[in-house]
Design a protein around this ligand. Structure first.
Ligand SMILES: CC(=O)SCCNC(=O)CCNC(=O)[C@H](O)C(C)(C)COP(=O)(O)OP(=O)(O)OC[C@H]1O[C@@H](n2cnc3c(N)ncnc32)[C@H](O)[C@@H]1OP(=O)(O)O
Length: 206
């Protein structure tokens, strides 16, 4: 079993910890976070500051367990570890189709479906109950929120978030760093750096 340290110890980390507990390959070892005052071990769990990550870099694997896409990317660039130190975590109830490619550091939560020929980048999140249909291209540092649906042939650019229960109709292209509001329905392509809400989804601001 390979030990994993989670970077971050908020709500998202709790859910990832539960995925690790069910893994046959990985075991939960502890947390690195700058809100931890100093190194300590409690009930065999390591708590340490993120700035000490290099002490663990050879022995441990890591997941950046932070839901905010921008923060995840910033931490990834800052700690500068080889991408191989970040495993792919998939909950055992997730259904993964043929020829699906998932990048290192990405987590796939419970009751998700990722269908055939979809590509998902690095350090992305496919959150609880989300559906990512066939032939999607999902970039790095993306968050597909709980219960959202990306139908066939959708693409999502780097650092974009699809809000909880949002739906994107087939073949839509969503740009980089864009936010689709919870419950929205996206029926037209969306550019970069937009916030869109509603049905049909319309920009509220850049
Ligand atoms: C496990 C987890 O928790 S994963 C987390 C998943 N997170 C989400 O799904 C969060 C999704 N976030 C949202 O939907 C947010 O409302 C955002 C990002 C779209 C907008 O947030 P803000 O920028 O703070 O917008 P704000 O709250 O000021 O609203 C601006 C306007 O848009 C409207 N609006 C905001 N969100 C939505 C929405 N999802 N659908 C429809 N209208 C919306 C507001 O009612 C408001 O309208 P008004 O100007 O007529 O009063």
């Amino acid at each position: 079993m390979k030990p994993i340290l989670l970077i971050g110890n908020g709500g998202h980390a709790k859910v990832i910890k539960d995925i690790i507990k069910q893994s046959e390959h990985y075991t939960f070892a502890g947390y690195l976070d700058d809100n931890i005052n100093e190194f300590h071990v409690e009930n065999n769990i390591i708590y340490d500051r993120l700035e000490n990550i290099n002490n663990y870099a050879n022995e441990y694997h890591f997941i950046i367990a932070i839901g905010n896409n921008e923060v995840r990317e910033t931490i990834y660039n800052k700690v500068n570890l080889a991408i191989e130190r970040y495993p792919i975590l998939i909950h055992p109830t997730a259904s993964i189709g043929s020829n699906v490619v998932i990048g290192n550091g990405t987590v796939v939560m419970a009751n998700t479906v990722i269908n055939a020929d979809t590509i998902i980048g690095r350090h992305s999140i496919v959150n609880t109950g989300a559906i990512v249909e066939h032939d999607n291209i999902i970039s790095d540092f993306v968050h597909v929120s709980p219960n959202s649906t990306l139908t066939g042939g959708v693409s999502v650019g780097i650092k974009s978030q699809i809000g909880a229960s949002a739906t994107v109709i087939p073949q839509i292209k969503i740009g980089q760093n864009t936010m689709v509001g919870a419950g929205s329905t996206v029926v037209n392509d969306i550019g970069d750096n937009q916030i869109v809400v509603g049905t049909p989804a319309k920009p509220i601001r850049r």
